[in-house]
Write a protein that binds this ligand. Structure first.
Ligand code: FE
Length: 195
């Protein structure tokens, strides 16, 4: 049985960047539905007793879609904070090594989100040669399927921003980048390099 994890902040805590109404719908309806649907589909399936991560890595079809959306959102909530701080010196150093500067990283991340057609996700990920890269994936797909580690997740489905910024995905990205929880990204980076 998979559970909807608690949000790491109150539903109004990300205002004015992300509204309480968006969090209410996105977390309590969309994310919850993926988990409820996953639990329903898993009954008597070969993945019934697997961890969420194993299901994401190995399942296909509806089980994969709902498991990956459950996992992706679990990370997405943790990638934001109501108490944003600048990236640490270590984080900046790692970003500069791959993207030259933090500004160029932010530009490229935002560009990947704007260029992504339709629903999906934009990621900062680490490949199997320990290189950082910005990726975008369609629908529920995740870099984990390609053997990559995920450091930062940004949901670019319209349900993530339509209440707040309507069709303006760029404004949503500007808001998102102001509330990234860089200490979570750094922890994910440390996990990825030690794997
Ligand atoms: Fe979402």
């Amino acid at each position: 049985m998979h559970i909807l994890p608690d949000l790491p902040y109150e539903k109004d805590a990300l205002e004015p960047f992300i509204s309480k109404e968006t969090l209410d719908y996105h977390y309590s309806k969309h994310h919850k539905k993926y988990i409820d649907e996953l639990n329903r589909l898993l009954k008597n399936s070969p993945f019934e007793n697997d961890s969420l991560e194993n299901i994401v890595k190995n399942a296909d079809g509806s089980i994969f879609n709902n498991a990956a959306q459950a996992w992706n959102h679990n990370l997405y909530w943790r990638c934001m904070t109501d108490n944003p701080e600048k990236p640490s010196d270590g984080m900046i150093k790692v970003i500069n090594q791959s993207f030259e500067s933090f500004e160029l990283f932010a530009d490229e991340f935002k560009k990947a989100a704007l260029m992504h057609f339709g629903s999906g996700w934009v990621w900062l990920a680490m490949d199997d040669e320990k290189r950082l890269k910005i990726m975008s994936t369609a629908n529920a797909d995740t870099p984990m399927r390609y053997g990559h580690h995920v450091l930062l997740a940004c949901d670019v489905w319209e349900h993530a921003y339509y209440i707040d910024t309507r069709n303006d995905r760029a404004k949503y990205l500007d808001n998102f980048l102001q509330i990234v929880n860089w200490s979570v990204v750094w922890d994910n980076h440390c996990l990825a390099i030690s794997d």
